[in-house]
Structure formats: structure tokens, C-alpha cells
Design a protein around this ligand. Structure first.
Ligand SMILES: [Zn+2]
Ligand SMILES: [Zn+2]
Length: 370
């Protein structure tokens, strides 16, 4: 199966092949004369061999063939996260924002069944002690933070939803390779009151049009399917030991919450695609070679797409400090802690003041001992 992305036109300038001047052009233009040296620049066109296929139709058909999994979830009215519920629970709070959940509103939902998961390696007690260590190491944290955080009422183990994608890519590009060369130019200078002619070397660039193809296989592009926590903290929990994934088994979920994916398969695939683009662009640049590179157009075919739905273990806690919500998370495999934290402006101001006094003292010391 071959899927093709639309032509990507990024660069709106290219270098004149004769004089190196930056020329503006409109995508699709086949030749352009240089305003500076009148050279007619012929612009190579991307060799397109596009098989028009809809990714989303493809993914929908694929996901329809996946196992469907039914579970009871309750949606948080405040942050929108959907958490699973154990049958017996009569009250619960959202693990992400500690808002009380309305259990009566829970409903059965059908989802793509997870293929695999990483079980929790850290017990709740161990995760708590990692959090304590983390808080003790925080600089400039308010002194009463310890008490606020160490209320572990809402500290919960959550299986967070992820997608991984494997895909093969083949990209055609048109670009320019820039090669430096040097020219000797003369200039005048004044030496001992006389005007003299001097010479210096200046670096110039010559641009060549190039085209080519790069292929790259992407393995296990990991995409978070949750919107409940700030992306920067979620991505900092990586790397995950994905080689230890085990097949999905519902019994691992008992005693933990599992979050329903909010980023669906299609959206997840969009994120995965944009994650590939940066890597592809740097491969194209390496392929172009030379001293400088420009990518004028790029077309990528995605082949052999496969995806997995995973659950990864995270301890999540939310606490309120002076009416503001702070959240932190612990990687349930490694114990790594990431999160939001308050700063004590009193402590920071005192530290700055102390620093200034110290500097003033040092200055005086050196002045007096000159
Ligand atoms: Zn020119
Ligand atoms: Zn919530």
C-alpha cells in the first residue's frame, strides 16, 4: 500500500545560479530571470508519481479491523479527561485536576483495544518517596509546599494511552546545493597618510539546482493520546523501555485507572507525520551536500503504515497551592518525576539581594586591597 502526502513547498526563495542573489518565486514557476544579472534560471520540477489515496479512509478501515474493547469511563467536567472506573467505587476524583467525578455520569464506551502495555514497576509507596525526594531538591520552593503536596489523597496510578506508528517513507525533493568560493577584491586604505590599494579574499556562494530521493524507515514513533497533562512534562517522561512491552491483559489494570484516548488514531497519525518531517528534511540536506542547502519542494510517500495502541504507567497527582493547580507525574517504570511547581518569590528576592550584597562586598574588598 502506497500513500502519498501532498507536495510540500517550503522555500519561497532560491539562489540565482549565476550571481547567488536571493530570488523570490511562486511555487509552480518553471523559470525565472534574475533581476540582478538577467540570467534565466530554469527550475527543475518535482517528479510526481502520486497515487491519490486517503490516509484517513485507510486508517478507518484498519482500525475497524482492530479488536474493540468496552469499558466504563467517567468524563471530568473540568479538564475533559475520561478515566476508567472500578465497579465498586462510589466516589472518585479526577487524577489530573482533582475535581470530584460524577460517578452517575459514567458510561460504557467502545474503543480500540490496547495491543500491549508496560506494567507498573514502582509500587505507590516507592513513587511517593521519589516525589518527596524531588520536592526536597526543588530550589526556591515555598516552605509550606511540603505540607501542601504531601497530602497524597489524590495520588493515583494511571495507565496513559499512547499510539505508536511504524512507517516507511520515500521522499522526492528539488533543492539547491550551495558551494562556497572565494574572490579576491581590491579596496583602498590609508597607510602612513597615503592611500594604498589592498586586496582581500571574500567568500561567495554558487547555487546549483539538485533533485533526488531519500528513503527512511521510522520505527515506533511514540505519540501521546492524552491531552490531560502538559505535553512538555509527558514527553520528559521518555524514554520508555518499550522493548519490555507485554500483550494487553485486563488484569493488569485492576487497582489502577486507565485513561481513554482523547487523541484518536487519525489525529495521532497527523502528529506522527509531522514528527517525521524534521528527520526527513535533515536527511534531504545531507543528501544535497555542499556547504549550504535549500529545500524547494518535497513530496513524501508513506508506505507500510502500522500502528499499535499502548498503555504506559504513570503516577499522577494534582495539588492546589494558593488556589493554583499544580500537577506532577512519576514514570511508573523508572521513578522519574516531572511536574509543575510553585516558586517562592520571597526566597528568590532574598537570594538576589544576598547575591548583590556579596558582589558589593567583593567589590569593596578588591578596591581596598588594590
Ligand atoms: Zn543573478
Ligand atoms: Zn479533570
Amino acid at each position: 500500500m502506497d500513500l502519498s502526502e501532498n507536495v510540500e513547498l517550503k522555500s519561497e526563495t532560491f539562489g540565482c545560479t549565476n550571481c547567488g542573489a536571493d530570488l523570490n518565486y511562486k511555487p509552480g514557476t518553471k523559470s525565472l530571470s534574475c533581476d540582478y544579472c538577467n540570467t534565466q534560471n530554469e527550475i527543475p520540477q518535482l517528479d510526481l508519481n502520486v497515487e491519490e489515496l486517503d490516509f484517513y479512509e485507510y486508517l478507518t478501515t484498519k482500525s475497524a479491523n482492530e479488536n474493540i474493547y468496552s469499558n466504563k469511563y467517567v468524563k471530568c467536567s473540568s479538564c475533559g479527561a475520561s478515566s476508567s472506573l472500578d465497579g465498586k467505587i462510589s466516589s472518585s476524583n479526577c487524577p489530573y485536576c482533582s475535581t470530584p467525578l460524577i460517578i452517575e455520569d459514567s458510561k460504557d464506551e467502545k474503543l480500540i483495544q490496547p495491543n500491549s502495555l508496560l506494567p507498573f514497576k514502582l509500587a505507590k509507596k516507592e513513587a511517593k518517596s521519589e516525589v518527596k525526594k524531588w520536592i526536597n531538591k526543588l530550589w526556591f520552593a515555598p516552605s509550606d509546599l511540603q505540607k501542601a503536596v504531601l497530602n497524597f489523597d489524590h495520588f493515583k496510578g494511571v495507565y496513559m494511552p499512547y499510539w505508536t506508528f511504524d512507517l516507511d517513507t520515500l521522499s522526492n525533493y528539488v533543492g539547491q546545493r550551495g558551494e562556497y568560493y572565494y574572490e579576491t577584491v581590491s579596496y583602498t586604505a590609508t597607510e602612513n597618510g597615503r592611500t594604498v590599494t589592498k586586496y582581500k579574499k571574500v567568500q561567495k556562494i554558487r547555487w546549483f539546482f539538485v533533485n533526488g530521493t531519500v528513503a527512511h524507515f521510522f520505527d515506533d514513533i511514540l505519540i501521546s493520546a492524552s491531552n490531560s497533562l502538559p505535553k512538555k512534562y509527558v514527553s520528559k517522561l521518555e524514554p520508555w523501555d518499550l522493548k519490555n512491552l507485554i500483550p494487553f491483559d485486563k488484569s493488569y489494570l485492576s487497582g489502577f485507572i486507565s485513561e481513554k484516548y482523547q487523541v484518536d488514531l487519525e489525529e495521532g497519525f497527523d502528529v506522527a507525520k509531522s514528527a517525521t518531517i524534521q528527520e526527513i528534511r535533515s536527511l534531504v540536506r545531507r543528501n544535497i551536500g555542499g556547504d549550504r542547502q535549500r529545500i524547494i519542494s518535497l513530496n513524501t510517500n508513506y508506505k507500510d503504515i502500522s500502528f499499535k495502541h499502548l498503555l504506559l504507567p504513570v503516577y499522577v497527582s494534582a495539588f492546589r497551592y494558593k488556589n493554583k493547580l499544580y500537577r506532577f507525574l512519576v514514570n511508573g517504570r523508572t521513578g522519574e518525576v516531572q511536574g509543575e511547581r510553585p516558586y517562592s518569590w520571597v526566597k528568590i528576592s532574598l537570594a538576589i539581594l544576598f547575591g548583590l550584597i556579596l558582589l558589593g562586598g567583593l567589590y569593596l574588598y578588591f578596591e581596598l586591597n588594590k
